[in-house]
Design a protein around this ligand. Structure first.
Ligand code: NAD
Ligand code: UGA
Length: 453
Protein backbone atom coordinates (compact mmCIF):
# COMPACT_ATOMS: atom_id res chain seq x y z
CA UNK A 1 0.00 0.00 0.00
CA UNK A 2 1.05 3.61 -0.46
CA UNK A 3 1.37 5.29 2.92
CA UNK A 4 2.35 8.82 3.93
CA UNK A 5 3.58 9.68 7.40
CA UNK A 6 3.24 13.34 8.34
CA UNK A 7 5.80 14.18 11.02
CA UNK A 8 9.04 12.19 10.99
CA UNK A 9 9.84 12.44 14.70
CA UNK A 10 10.06 9.58 17.18
CA UNK A 11 6.72 8.00 16.35
CA UNK A 12 6.57 9.02 12.69
CA UNK A 13 10.00 7.66 11.84
CA UNK A 14 9.47 4.38 13.67
CA UNK A 15 5.98 3.96 12.17
CA UNK A 16 7.23 4.79 8.66
CA UNK A 17 10.27 2.52 8.85
CA UNK A 18 8.29 -0.40 10.33
CA UNK A 19 5.42 -0.11 7.84
CA UNK A 20 8.03 -0.13 5.05
CA UNK A 21 9.57 -3.20 6.70
CA UNK A 22 6.30 -5.10 6.26
CA UNK A 23 6.22 -4.18 2.56
CA UNK A 24 4.36 -0.88 2.23
CA UNK A 25 5.67 2.03 0.14
CA UNK A 26 6.19 4.77 2.68
CA UNK A 27 6.73 8.51 2.20
CA UNK A 28 7.83 10.33 5.37
CA UNK A 29 7.24 14.08 5.46
CA UNK A 30 8.62 16.60 7.92
CA UNK A 31 8.74 20.40 8.01
CA UNK A 32 12.18 20.20 9.63
CA UNK A 33 14.67 20.30 6.75
CA UNK A 34 17.55 19.36 9.08
CA UNK A 35 15.87 16.06 10.06
CA UNK A 36 15.07 15.19 6.46
CA UNK A 37 18.64 16.00 5.37
CA UNK A 38 20.09 13.73 8.09
CA UNK A 39 17.79 10.89 6.98
CA UNK A 40 18.53 11.41 3.29
CA UNK A 41 22.25 11.33 4.10
CA UNK A 42 21.87 7.92 5.73
CA UNK A 43 21.77 9.16 9.34
CA UNK A 44 19.15 8.92 12.12
CA UNK A 45 18.15 12.06 14.07
CA UNK A 46 17.28 10.14 17.27
CA UNK A 47 18.96 7.42 19.32
CA UNK A 48 16.79 4.29 19.09
CA UNK A 49 18.23 0.76 19.13
CA UNK A 50 17.85 -1.09 15.82
CA UNK A 51 16.12 1.75 14.00
CA UNK A 52 19.12 2.61 11.81
CA UNK A 53 19.14 -0.88 10.24
CA UNK A 54 15.39 -0.86 9.52
CA UNK A 55 15.66 2.59 7.94
CA UNK A 56 18.76 1.72 5.89
CA UNK A 57 17.30 -1.59 4.68
CA UNK A 58 14.04 -0.06 3.51
CA UNK A 59 15.62 3.02 1.95
CA UNK A 60 17.91 0.73 -0.02
CA UNK A 61 14.89 -1.34 -1.11
CA UNK A 62 13.19 1.85 -2.35
CA UNK A 63 10.25 1.43 0.06
CA UNK A 64 11.06 4.39 2.31
CA UNK A 65 11.64 8.01 1.30
CA UNK A 66 12.01 11.27 3.22
CA UNK A 67 11.00 14.71 2.03
CA UNK A 68 9.75 18.17 2.99
CA UNK A 69 7.53 18.34 -0.10
CA UNK A 70 3.96 18.60 1.21
CA UNK A 71 2.19 18.32 -2.15
CA UNK A 72 4.19 15.22 -3.07
CA UNK A 73 3.49 13.66 0.35
CA UNK A 74 -0.28 14.11 0.00
CA UNK A 75 -0.19 12.79 -3.56
CA UNK A 76 1.74 9.66 -2.47
CA UNK A 77 -0.33 8.05 0.25
CA UNK A 78 -3.82 6.56 0.02
CA UNK A 79 -3.40 6.42 3.78
CA UNK A 80 -2.12 9.55 5.54
CA UNK A 81 -0.80 9.05 9.08
CA UNK A 82 -0.60 12.20 11.20
CA UNK A 83 2.27 11.70 13.67
CA UNK A 84 3.18 15.27 14.62
CA UNK A 85 3.78 16.47 18.17
CA UNK A 86 0.96 17.31 20.58
CA UNK A 87 2.87 19.26 23.26
CA UNK A 88 1.15 20.69 26.31
CA UNK A 89 -0.48 24.07 25.91
CA UNK A 90 -0.08 26.63 28.70
CA UNK A 91 -3.16 25.24 30.50
CA UNK A 92 -1.96 21.61 30.21
CA UNK A 93 -4.30 20.65 27.36
CA UNK A 94 -2.84 19.11 24.20
CA UNK A 95 -1.80 21.77 21.68
CA UNK A 96 -3.39 20.61 18.43
CA UNK A 97 -1.92 23.27 16.13
CA UNK A 98 0.46 20.83 14.38
CA UNK A 99 -2.26 18.21 13.94
CA UNK A 100 -4.65 20.77 12.45
CA UNK A 101 -1.90 22.20 10.19
CA UNK A 102 -1.20 18.68 8.90
CA UNK A 103 -4.93 18.12 8.27
CA UNK A 104 -5.21 21.41 6.37
CA UNK A 105 -2.30 20.44 4.15
CA UNK A 106 -4.07 17.18 3.30
CA UNK A 107 -7.29 19.05 2.43
CA UNK A 108 -5.37 21.60 0.36
CA UNK A 109 -3.65 19.03 -1.86
CA UNK A 110 -5.76 15.86 -2.00
CA UNK A 111 -7.24 14.85 -5.31
CA UNK A 112 -8.77 11.46 -4.44
CA UNK A 113 -10.19 9.43 -1.52
CA UNK A 114 -7.89 9.27 1.52
CA UNK A 115 -7.95 7.53 4.85
CA UNK A 116 -6.50 9.83 7.50
CA UNK A 117 -5.03 8.19 10.58
CA UNK A 118 -4.52 10.10 13.82
CA UNK A 119 -1.37 8.44 15.18
CA UNK A 120 -0.45 11.34 17.48
CA UNK A 121 -1.80 11.18 21.01
CA UNK A 122 -4.87 13.43 20.83
CA UNK A 123 -7.81 14.21 23.09
CA UNK A 124 -11.29 12.83 22.55
CA UNK A 125 -12.97 14.69 19.70
CA UNK A 126 -9.80 15.46 17.73
CA UNK A 127 -10.80 13.27 14.77
CA UNK A 128 -13.79 15.58 14.37
CA UNK A 129 -11.45 18.60 14.30
CA UNK A 130 -9.21 16.93 11.75
CA UNK A 131 -12.23 16.12 9.57
CA UNK A 132 -13.49 19.70 9.86
CA UNK A 133 -10.09 21.15 8.88
CA UNK A 134 -9.93 18.93 5.79
CA UNK A 135 -13.57 19.63 4.88
CA UNK A 136 -12.94 23.40 5.13
CA UNK A 137 -10.04 23.20 2.71
CA UNK A 138 -12.04 21.07 0.27
CA UNK A 139 -14.89 23.57 0.50
CA UNK A 140 -12.63 26.52 -0.25
CA UNK A 141 -11.31 24.61 -3.26
CA UNK A 142 -14.96 23.91 -4.21
CA UNK A 143 -14.26 20.20 -4.62
CA UNK A 144 -16.08 17.19 -3.22
CA UNK A 145 -13.67 14.38 -2.40
CA UNK A 146 -14.37 11.58 0.07
CA UNK A 147 -12.20 10.88 3.10
CA UNK A 148 -12.46 9.21 6.48
CA UNK A 149 -10.59 9.92 9.72
CA UNK A 150 -9.54 7.02 11.93
CA UNK A 151 -7.71 6.88 15.25
CA UNK A 152 -4.74 4.55 15.69
CA UNK A 153 -2.88 5.57 18.86
CA UNK A 154 0.68 4.40 19.37
CA UNK A 155 1.87 2.54 22.47
CA UNK A 156 5.60 2.14 21.74
CA UNK A 157 8.20 2.91 24.40
CA UNK A 158 11.36 4.84 23.66
CA UNK A 159 14.40 2.57 23.76
CA UNK A 160 12.30 -0.40 22.60
CA UNK A 161 10.36 1.39 19.86
CA UNK A 162 11.11 -0.91 16.92
CA UNK A 163 10.31 -4.07 18.87
CA UNK A 164 7.17 -2.51 20.37
CA UNK A 165 5.95 -1.50 16.92
CA UNK A 166 6.80 -4.76 15.16
CA UNK A 167 5.50 -6.97 17.99
CA UNK A 168 2.70 -4.98 19.58
CA UNK A 169 0.64 -6.30 22.52
CA UNK A 170 -2.32 -4.85 20.70
CA UNK A 171 -3.27 -2.51 17.90
CA UNK A 172 -6.11 -0.11 18.66
CA UNK A 173 -8.08 1.30 15.73
CA UNK A 174 -11.10 3.56 15.99
CA UNK A 175 -13.33 4.15 12.97
CA UNK A 176 -16.78 5.52 12.21
CA UNK A 177 -19.61 3.04 11.70
CA UNK A 178 -21.08 4.66 8.57
CA UNK A 179 -20.27 3.43 5.04
CA UNK A 180 -17.14 5.58 4.73
CA UNK A 181 -16.02 4.49 8.18
CA UNK A 182 -16.38 0.83 7.23
CA UNK A 183 -14.42 1.49 4.04
CA UNK A 184 -11.70 3.05 6.22
CA UNK A 185 -11.78 -0.01 8.50
CA UNK A 186 -11.10 -2.24 5.47
CA UNK A 187 -8.17 -0.03 4.46
CA UNK A 188 -6.73 -0.12 8.00
CA UNK A 189 -7.09 -3.89 8.08
CA UNK A 190 -4.93 -4.01 4.96
CA UNK A 191 -2.33 -1.67 6.49
CA UNK A 192 -1.97 -4.04 9.45
CA UNK A 193 -2.64 -7.28 7.53
CA UNK A 194 0.81 -8.75 8.18
CA UNK A 195 0.52 -7.99 11.90
CA UNK A 196 -2.88 -9.70 12.11
CA UNK A 197 -1.51 -12.65 10.15
CA UNK A 198 1.27 -12.92 12.75
CA UNK A 199 -1.37 -13.24 15.46
CA UNK A 200 -1.33 -9.66 16.72
CA UNK A 201 -4.69 -8.60 18.08
CA UNK A 202 -6.50 -5.57 16.66
CA UNK A 203 -9.09 -3.93 18.89
CA UNK A 204 -11.68 -2.23 16.66
CA UNK A 205 -13.75 0.45 18.32
CA UNK A 206 -15.36 3.83 17.79
CA UNK A 207 -13.02 6.78 17.24
CA UNK A 208 -13.59 8.55 20.57
CA UNK A 209 -12.97 5.38 22.57
CA UNK A 210 -9.71 4.80 20.65
CA UNK A 211 -8.57 8.36 21.40
CA UNK A 212 -9.43 7.88 25.07
CA UNK A 213 -7.75 4.46 25.29
CA UNK A 214 -4.33 6.03 24.69
CA UNK A 215 -4.69 8.48 27.57
CA UNK A 216 -6.19 5.80 29.81
CA UNK A 217 -3.17 3.55 29.20
CA UNK A 218 -0.58 6.22 30.00
CA UNK A 219 -2.58 7.48 32.98
CA UNK A 220 -2.85 3.94 34.38
CA UNK A 221 0.90 3.34 34.01
CA UNK A 222 1.77 6.71 35.57
CA UNK A 223 -0.64 5.95 38.42
CA UNK A 224 1.03 2.60 39.13
CA UNK A 225 4.43 4.28 39.29
CA UNK A 226 3.29 7.12 41.55
CA UNK A 227 1.46 4.64 43.78
CA UNK A 228 4.60 2.53 44.18
CA UNK A 229 6.65 5.67 44.84
CA UNK A 230 4.25 6.68 47.61
CA UNK A 231 4.54 3.19 49.12
CA UNK A 232 8.33 3.31 48.79
CA UNK A 233 8.53 6.59 50.68
CA UNK A 234 6.44 5.03 53.44
CA UNK A 235 8.58 1.88 53.29
CA UNK A 236 11.64 4.04 54.00
CA UNK A 237 9.99 5.29 57.18
CA UNK A 238 8.62 1.99 58.46
CA UNK A 239 11.64 -0.17 57.60
CA UNK A 240 10.20 -2.19 54.73
CA UNK A 241 11.87 -3.32 51.49
CA UNK A 242 9.74 -2.08 48.56
CA UNK A 243 11.48 -4.54 46.22
CA UNK A 244 10.22 -7.49 48.29
CA UNK A 245 6.77 -5.89 48.35
CA UNK A 246 6.88 -5.41 44.56
CA UNK A 247 7.56 -9.10 44.05
CA UNK A 248 4.97 -10.04 46.62
CA UNK A 249 2.19 -8.09 44.93
CA UNK A 250 3.36 -8.36 41.30
CA UNK A 251 2.99 -12.15 41.43
CA UNK A 252 -0.77 -11.67 41.69
CA UNK A 253 -1.97 -11.89 38.07
CA UNK A 254 -4.64 -9.32 38.84
CA UNK A 255 -1.84 -6.84 39.61
CA UNK A 256 0.94 -8.09 37.30
CA UNK A 257 4.68 -7.47 37.66
CA UNK A 258 5.29 -4.59 35.20
CA UNK A 259 5.57 -0.91 35.95
CA UNK A 260 5.84 -1.33 39.71
CA UNK A 261 9.43 -0.11 40.04
CA UNK A 262 9.76 2.63 42.62
CA UNK A 263 12.30 5.29 41.73
CA UNK A 264 13.07 8.98 41.45
CA UNK A 265 9.97 9.73 39.38
CA UNK A 266 8.78 9.24 35.83
CA UNK A 267 9.83 11.61 33.06
CA UNK A 268 9.78 11.70 29.29
CA UNK A 269 7.71 13.40 26.68
CA UNK A 270 4.53 11.47 27.33
CA UNK A 271 3.48 10.52 30.86
CA UNK A 272 3.75 14.08 32.22
CA UNK A 273 1.94 15.70 29.30
CA UNK A 274 -0.68 12.99 28.86
CA UNK A 275 -1.60 12.93 32.55
CA UNK A 276 -2.04 16.70 32.36
CA UNK A 277 -4.04 16.57 29.13
CA UNK A 278 -6.44 13.94 30.48
CA UNK A 279 -6.97 16.02 33.62
CA UNK A 280 -7.70 18.97 31.37
CA UNK A 281 -10.23 16.98 29.33
CA UNK A 282 -11.93 16.00 32.58
CA UNK A 283 -12.09 19.65 33.65
CA UNK A 284 -13.62 20.64 30.32
CA UNK A 285 -16.41 18.18 31.04
CA UNK A 286 -16.82 19.44 34.60
CA UNK A 287 -15.34 16.24 36.04
CA UNK A 288 -12.68 16.31 38.73
CA UNK A 289 -10.16 13.51 38.14
CA UNK A 290 -8.74 13.57 41.66
CA UNK A 291 -6.53 10.52 41.31
CA UNK A 292 -4.64 12.03 38.39
CA UNK A 293 -4.02 15.30 40.22
CA UNK A 294 -2.41 13.22 42.99
CA UNK A 295 -0.39 11.17 40.49
CA UNK A 296 1.08 14.36 39.08
CA UNK A 297 1.80 15.90 42.47
CA UNK A 298 3.42 12.71 43.78
CA UNK A 299 5.65 12.60 40.72
CA UNK A 300 6.77 16.20 41.08
CA UNK A 301 7.72 15.46 44.70
CA UNK A 302 9.38 12.19 43.76
CA UNK A 303 11.76 13.95 41.40
CA UNK A 304 12.98 15.89 44.45
CA UNK A 305 13.55 12.80 46.58
CA UNK A 306 17.23 12.28 45.69
CA UNK A 307 18.04 15.94 46.35
CA UNK A 308 16.31 15.69 49.73
CA UNK A 309 18.23 12.54 50.65
CA UNK A 310 21.51 14.24 49.71
CA UNK A 311 20.64 17.27 51.86
CA UNK A 312 19.62 15.05 54.77
CA UNK A 313 23.07 13.42 54.60
CA UNK A 314 25.28 16.42 53.74
CA UNK A 315 23.31 19.45 54.96
CA UNK A 316 21.69 22.29 53.03
CA UNK A 317 24.93 23.91 51.93
CA UNK A 318 26.76 21.67 49.46
CA UNK A 319 29.67 24.05 48.84
CA UNK A 320 32.87 22.04 48.44
CA UNK A 321 31.01 18.77 47.82
CA UNK A 322 31.48 16.83 44.61
CA UNK A 323 29.02 14.25 43.32
CA UNK A 324 29.34 11.65 40.61
CA UNK A 325 26.09 11.41 38.67
CA UNK A 326 25.22 8.33 36.62
CA UNK A 327 22.42 8.81 34.12
CA UNK A 328 20.93 11.91 32.54
CA UNK A 329 18.21 10.68 30.15
CA UNK A 330 14.68 10.11 31.50
CA UNK A 331 15.16 6.37 30.93
CA UNK A 332 17.81 4.04 29.47
CA UNK A 333 18.48 3.55 25.75
CA UNK A 334 17.43 7.04 24.79
CA UNK A 335 19.04 10.49 24.72
CA UNK A 336 15.67 12.07 25.50
CA UNK A 337 16.00 14.60 28.34
CA UNK A 338 12.38 15.80 28.35
CA UNK A 339 11.09 16.03 31.95
CA UNK A 340 14.07 13.93 33.10
CA UNK A 341 14.48 13.59 36.88
CA UNK A 342 18.20 14.35 36.44
CA UNK A 343 17.30 17.96 35.61
CA UNK A 344 15.53 18.47 38.93
CA UNK A 345 18.45 16.94 40.81
CA UNK A 346 21.15 18.89 38.94
CA UNK A 347 19.21 22.09 39.53
CA UNK A 348 19.05 21.38 43.27
CA UNK A 349 22.70 20.34 43.65
CA UNK A 350 24.28 23.13 41.63
CA UNK A 351 22.18 25.85 43.25
CA UNK A 352 23.21 24.47 46.67
CA UNK A 353 26.88 24.94 45.71
CA UNK A 354 27.88 21.38 44.72
CA UNK A 355 30.07 20.25 41.84
CA UNK A 356 29.00 17.36 39.61
CA UNK A 357 30.80 14.89 37.35
CA UNK A 358 28.07 13.37 35.17
CA UNK A 359 28.00 10.47 32.76
CA UNK A 360 25.33 9.05 30.47
CA UNK A 361 26.03 6.58 27.64
CA UNK A 362 24.14 8.63 25.01
CA UNK A 363 22.49 11.74 26.48
CA UNK A 364 25.45 14.02 27.25
CA UNK A 365 25.09 16.27 24.19
CA UNK A 366 21.34 16.59 24.68
CA UNK A 367 21.92 17.27 28.40
CA UNK A 368 24.29 20.12 27.59
CA UNK A 369 21.63 21.64 25.35
CA UNK A 370 18.76 21.45 27.87
CA UNK A 371 20.88 22.45 30.88
CA UNK A 372 21.92 25.63 29.07
CA UNK A 373 18.20 26.46 28.95
CA UNK A 374 17.51 25.35 32.56
CA UNK A 375 20.34 27.58 33.82
CA UNK A 376 19.67 30.55 31.52
CA UNK A 377 19.32 32.70 34.69
CA UNK A 378 22.62 31.48 36.19
CA UNK A 379 24.91 30.29 33.35
CA UNK A 380 28.00 30.38 35.62
CA UNK A 381 26.58 27.38 37.53
CA UNK A 382 26.86 25.22 34.42
CA UNK A 383 30.64 25.42 34.83
CA UNK A 384 30.24 23.40 38.03
CA UNK A 385 29.16 20.34 36.05
CA UNK A 386 31.64 18.36 34.02
CA UNK A 387 30.89 15.39 31.77
CA UNK A 388 32.96 12.25 32.20
CA UNK A 389 34.13 10.04 29.34
CA UNK A 390 32.79 6.90 31.01
CA UNK A 391 30.93 5.97 34.19
CA UNK A 392 34.02 5.04 36.20
CA UNK A 393 35.78 8.28 35.19
CA UNK A 394 33.06 10.26 36.97
CA UNK A 395 33.98 8.73 40.36
CA UNK A 396 37.44 10.00 41.47
CA UNK A 397 37.13 12.70 44.12
CA UNK A 398 33.37 12.18 44.58
CA UNK A 399 31.81 12.48 48.02
CA UNK A 400 28.99 10.23 46.80
CA UNK A 401 27.62 8.59 43.67
CA UNK A 402 24.04 9.40 42.65
CA UNK A 403 22.22 7.18 40.14
CA UNK A 404 19.27 8.61 38.23
CA UNK A 405 18.80 6.41 35.14
CA UNK A 406 18.49 2.61 35.15
CA UNK A 407 21.08 1.87 32.44
CA UNK A 408 22.17 -1.79 32.34
CA UNK A 409 25.80 -0.61 32.42
CA UNK A 410 25.24 0.88 35.87
CA UNK A 411 23.33 -2.16 37.15
CA UNK A 412 26.27 -4.37 36.13
CA UNK A 413 28.98 -2.12 37.59
CA UNK A 414 31.52 -3.66 39.97
CA UNK A 415 30.42 -1.88 43.15
CA UNK A 416 33.61 -2.74 45.03
CA UNK A 417 35.58 -0.94 42.33
CA UNK A 418 33.12 1.94 42.47
CA UNK A 419 33.71 2.21 46.23
CA UNK A 420 37.49 2.25 45.77
CA UNK A 421 37.37 5.09 43.23
CA UNK A 422 35.45 7.56 45.40
CA UNK A 423 36.36 9.79 48.31
CA UNK A 424 33.59 8.28 50.40
CA UNK A 425 31.72 5.01 49.97
CA UNK A 426 28.23 6.49 49.64
CA UNK A 427 25.66 5.73 46.94
CA UNK A 428 22.28 7.40 46.43
CA UNK A 429 20.38 5.12 44.07
CA UNK A 430 17.26 6.60 42.45
CA UNK A 431 16.54 3.35 40.56
CA UNK A 432 17.15 0.61 43.15
CA UNK A 433 19.80 -1.12 41.07
CA UNK A 434 21.65 -2.99 43.82
CA UNK A 435 21.02 -5.34 46.72
CA UNK A 436 21.29 -3.37 49.99
CA UNK A 437 22.77 -6.34 51.89
CA UNK A 438 25.57 -6.77 49.34
CA UNK A 439 26.51 -3.09 49.51
CA UNK A 440 26.40 -3.11 53.30
CA UNK A 441 28.78 -6.07 53.32
CA UNK A 442 31.16 -4.05 51.12
CA UNK A 443 31.06 -1.17 53.58
CA UNK A 444 29.03 1.07 51.27
CA UNK A 445 26.46 3.45 52.72
CA UNK A 446 23.47 2.88 50.45
CA UNK A 447 20.49 5.21 50.14
CA UNK A 448 17.89 3.76 47.77
CA UNK A 449 14.15 4.32 47.29
CA UNK A 450 12.07 2.39 49.82
CA UNK A 451 14.82 -0.04 50.78
CA UNK A 452 15.72 1.14 54.27
CA UNK A 453 15.74 -2.31 55.77
P1 NAD B 1 8.50 14.53 17.80
O1 NAD B 1 8.57 15.91 18.30
O2 NAD B 1 9.67 13.62 17.93
O3 NAD B 1 8.10 14.55 16.24
C1 NAD B 1 7.10 15.34 15.67
C2 NAD B 1 7.57 15.75 14.28
O4 NAD B 1 6.51 16.39 13.56
C3 NAD B 1 8.72 16.77 14.30
O5 NAD B 1 9.82 16.25 13.56
C4 NAD B 1 8.13 18.02 13.62
O6 NAD B 1 9.07 18.76 12.88
C5 NAD B 1 7.07 17.40 12.74
N1 NAD B 1 5.98 18.29 12.30
C6 NAD B 1 5.32 19.23 13.01
N2 NAD B 1 4.37 19.80 12.26
C7 NAD B 1 4.42 19.21 11.05
C8 NAD B 1 3.67 19.34 9.86
N3 NAD B 1 2.65 20.20 9.75
N4 NAD B 1 4.00 18.59 8.79
C9 NAD B 1 5.01 17.70 8.86
N5 NAD B 1 5.76 17.51 9.98
C10 NAD B 1 5.46 18.25 11.06
O7 NAD B 1 7.23 13.87 18.50
P2 NAD B 1 6.97 12.32 18.85
O8 NAD B 1 7.68 11.96 20.10
O9 NAD B 1 7.18 11.52 17.62
O10 NAD B 1 5.42 12.37 19.19
C11 NAD B 1 4.44 12.50 18.20
C12 NAD B 1 3.10 12.11 18.80
O11 NAD B 1 3.12 10.73 19.17
C13 NAD B 1 2.73 12.86 20.07
O12 NAD B 1 1.35 13.07 20.09
C14 NAD B 1 3.13 11.90 21.18
O13 NAD B 1 2.37 12.10 22.35
C15 NAD B 1 2.79 10.58 20.55
N6 NAD B 1 3.55 9.43 21.08
C16 NAD B 1 4.88 9.54 21.32
C17 NAD B 1 5.60 8.42 21.78
C18 NAD B 1 7.06 8.49 22.07
O14 NAD B 1 7.59 7.55 22.65
N7 NAD B 1 7.77 9.53 21.70
C19 NAD B 1 4.92 7.19 21.96
C20 NAD B 1 3.56 7.13 21.68
C21 NAD B 1 2.88 8.26 21.24
C1 UGA C 1 5.49 5.51 27.76
C2 UGA C 1 4.61 4.24 27.69
O1 UGA C 1 5.27 3.17 28.37
C3 UGA C 1 4.36 3.85 26.23
O2 UGA C 1 3.48 2.73 26.17
C4 UGA C 1 3.72 5.04 25.50
O3 UGA C 1 3.51 4.75 24.13
C5 UGA C 1 4.63 6.24 25.62
O4 UGA C 1 4.86 6.55 27.03
C6 UGA C 1 4.02 7.44 24.99
O5 UGA C 1 2.82 7.61 25.00
O6 UGA C 1 4.81 8.21 24.47
P1 UGA C 1 8.11 6.03 27.53
O7 UGA C 1 7.74 7.37 28.06
O8 UGA C 1 8.94 5.94 26.30
O9 UGA C 1 6.76 5.20 27.20
O10 UGA C 1 8.89 5.22 28.64
P2 UGA C 1 8.52 4.25 29.85
O11 UGA C 1 9.31 3.02 29.72
O12 UGA C 1 7.06 4.11 30.00
O13 UGA C 1 9.12 5.06 31.08
C7 UGA C 1 8.59 6.31 31.46
C8 UGA C 1 9.18 6.74 32.78
O14 UGA C 1 8.67 5.94 33.84
C9 UGA C 1 10.71 6.64 32.86
O15 UGA C 1 11.20 7.82 33.49
C10 UGA C 1 10.95 5.42 33.72
O16 UGA C 1 12.15 5.50 34.43
C11 UGA C 1 9.75 5.48 34.65
N1 UGA C 1 9.34 4.17 35.21
C12 UGA C 1 8.94 3.17 34.39
C13 UGA C 1 9.35 3.98 36.59
O17 UGA C 1 9.70 4.91 37.36
N2 UGA C 1 8.96 2.78 37.09
C14 UGA C 1 8.54 1.76 36.31
O18 UGA C 1 8.19 0.68 36.84
C15 UGA C 1 8.55 1.95 34.92
Amino acid sequence: MKITIIGTGYVGLVTGACLAEVGHEVFCLDVDQRKIDILNNGGIPIHEPGLDQVVARNRAAGRLQFSTDIAASVAHGDVQFIAVGTPPDEDGSADLQYVVAAARNIGRHMTGYKVIVDKSTVPVGTAGKVAAAIANELKSRAVDIGFSVTSNPEFLKEGAAVKDFMEPDRIVIGHESDAEGLQAQAVMREVYASFEAAGRKIYWMDVRSAEFTKYAANAMLATRISFMNELANLADKVGVDIEAVRQGIGSDPRIGPSFLLAGCGYGGSCFPKDVQALSRTAQEYGHDLRILAAVEEVNELQKQVLGKKVHARFGTNLQGKRFALWGLAFKPDTDDMRAASSRVLINELLRAGARIAAYDPVAIEEAKRVLALDFADAPQLIEQIEFASDHMAALPGADALIIVTEWKLFREADVAQVRDQMNAAIIFDGRNLYEPAKLKALGIEYHAIGRAI
